[in-house]
Design a protein around this ligand. Sequence first.
Ligand code: G3I
Length: 346
Amino acid sequence: MKHTHLIVLICVCFFSCKKNKTVSCNDANPLHEEAEFKIGAAIDLSSYYASIAYRNTADRQFNSFTAENAFKPNALHPDLNHFEFALADSFSLACARGDKRLHGHTLLWHSALPNWILNYQGNEKEWQNLFKQHIQTIVSHFKGRVKAWDVVNEAFNEDGTLRKSIWLEKLGTAYIEKAFEYAHEADADALLFYNDYGLEFNPEKRVAVLSYLNNMRSRGVQVDGIGLQLHISLSYPDISQINEALQEISAYHYQVHLSEVDISINPLNQTNLNKEKLFEQQAQLAAKLVLAYKQLPNDQQYGITFWGFSDAYSWIPTYYGREDYPLLYTGDFQPKPMYCKLKETL
Ligand code: G3I
């Protein structure tokens, strides 16, 4: 073979191999198999049961599920003496059959509350009973099935004060601590998390949360981990802030859950998006996030959960009324560059 022919052959092989590498990013192999920690998704139960494509993708790609709404107080506790477990039970069964870790979200929140709680007229003792019964009935019911609970969600304001809520108003500032105690009494094997947004970029809020939880722990109350929701965007926060938060929180030996990850590509609600370019930036940021998470000690890596997986089902476009594509899959369940980049990085 002539020398020039050999060079041409090498070049052809080089470029076709590179091309093959790109083409080989498909989702035939599960994403979770790439990771040494759990990779989860929030699941919208109506879609899970209504769409085969949705369910197949969820079942195949993730090994930890959080119900997006079905374990919230308004879903599970629709009336004073009535708990509604049928839908959540069927999901728990699907998790057990599919070998998925089930993460319970959430026992207490200022939002997703049934009206009857907001309107409840009771004295101090009755409020305490209601609070305890709410937590313990739910946690006992799912004992052995829910691996971990977000016991309290979003209880702090940005300035580090406690957020106004019915629980704060009726039970006082110790309600968070009480909630963890009651949850632990109901299922001593469940891991118990505090979950919030903004902890990754707001040191004031982070310090307040840490000092409340550390204080509880110093008095023997079990709190296993902290969930950082991480609804982030291409423009904010900076990865260095996220790194700093992860290091600071893990230094206190909490398990760390990146609990509701999505990456908005259009936080300023612009038109004529250059999706190809933005998807690439989204993939790069997701990779940095994963690398930051991988720095944590293995036994503190509870896992990374995405808040959904297909752009068509994300809460962001509806909630903010804008075009956005914050998740791993397109609306028709094709893996995006972010998915492909995670395959390389996890
Ligand atoms: O199911 C009803 C449906 O029957 C009705 O027709 C429709 C009309 O509005 O509402 C449907 O319920 C909506 C539900 O999502 C299911 O789509 C609720 O109105 C809506 O408030 C609810 O929003 C959820 C929100 O939490 C409030 O609970 C979002 O899906 C969910 O993604 C969002 O998740 C929160 C986390 O729990 C905590 N962190 C922030 C995160 C994003 O806001």
